[in-house]
Every structure is written in structure tokens, then in C-alpha cells.
Write a protein that binds this ligand. Sequence first.
Ligand code: FES
Length: 160
Amino acid sequence: MDATRRTVLAAGAAGAAALATGCTDGDGDGGGGTAEHPATPEPSTQADAASPGAPATGASPSASMGRELAKRSAVPVGGGTVFKPEKVVVVQPTAGQFKAYSAVCPHQGCLVDKVADGTIDCPCHDSRFRIADGSVAKGPATRPLPPAPITVTADAVLLP
Ligand code: FES
């Protein structure tokens, strides 16, 4: 409630300022005039700094869709690339078709470490997962790699 109350009070102050600049509240309601004069809200100096709609300085045009993980060219056709810090593996089974999976092996939680011969491979117990759909090609894992959300632009792969 405090935040809302502060917002209301701030709006009331703006309304009062509007009143002071020429609006008259003739009905005598004494309510502060916020409803009758919904003045254009002042830009919030705190919120605007992080506003995703604001033109960002130094950011790429695709920044609003997510942050760039890699250029498309970093993901080989018929193979893929493991991004360990992000725990994501991005593959390109056929040219222009990108998919991403969690890089955390569903067997016991190691990070997969390479993509080779059409599979994503875990170094801990040698489970392998098909790049086409993340399904298990070789155990001991019994569950597939879960899909990971990505956005692919004309030249880059983005994370949300
Ligand atoms: Fe990946 Fe065991 S943790 S195969």
C-alpha cells in the first residue's frame, strides 16, 4: 500500500501544481482535484532509466528482443555450440533451423560439453542427445534435454 499511497500523493501534488497554474476547481469537492484534472503524468525519473521502450544508448536494435548469445555463424550447420555460462546449447540441425536446449544433463546434472556427429554429448557418463529434438540417443540419461527459449534474428541468436 505504501507505494500506491506515494503514487497517489505524488499525483495529488501534480494535480495541485496544475491547479496552481490556472485550473480552477469550482465544484468545491475539496478532494485535491486529481480526478478532474488528470494532467499528463510527469515522466518518472526512476522508471524511465530502465524503460525497455526508451531508445537505449549503445544497444543493438535487437536489444528489446533479448540479449545476444551469439552470431548465427557461431552455430555450425548440422552441429551446435555449447554456451556454458548460460547453460544453453544451440544447434542448427539444418541450414537456418535453430533450436536450443538446456545444457544441463537430465541424468545427474553435468553440463553437456560438445556437439558432434549429430548428438549433444555429456562428459560425465557419456549420455548423448539428438540435435534434432534433444531426445536421448544413448543413456544412461532417460529423459531428453529440455528446450530452451531463444529468438533468432537475421544475424544473431538471442536469449530472452
Ligand atoms: Fe550426463 Fe550422467 S550427468 S550422463
